[in-house]
Design a protein around this ligand. Structure first.
Ligand SMILES: [Zn+2]
Length: 100
């Protein structure tokens, strides 16, 4: 190991061969094209990001996809927004069934 990026805690959960093996493997498999789907269409722009489709701790290639920088940012912000929503969402007050 001779990486200069070891100080970032945000990357701590990634496996040691993420940059050397897994990431290039997924980008090559997806031909460096963004696999983002919106309304049935695939983005297809140049991808330089690898995204976890589901579980962030599942680093198998079938759980990973190539994304362009824009869509990786979109997905990251959506996940952040979803987390905030879950915390703040309040059910509207239900009407009492007996009060008619
Ligand atoms: Zn894209």
């Amino acid at each position: 190991m001779s990486g200069g990026w070891a100080g970032s805690n945000r990357r701590a959960e990634l496996p040691p061969d993420w940059y050397t093996r897994i990431r290039p493997l997924v980008l090559a498999r997806d031909e460096h094209r963004c696999r983002w789907r919106e309304a049935g269409a695939v983005c297809g722009r140049h991808a330089n990001q690898v995204d976890h489709i589901g579980d962030r701790h599942d680093h198998r290639p079938e759980n990973l996809q190539a994304l362009c920088a824009d869509h990786h940012a979109v997905k990251s912000s959506r996940e952040g927004t979803a987390a905030r929503w879950r915390e703040t969402t309040r059910r509207p007050p239900e009407r009492h069934p007996g009060l008619i």
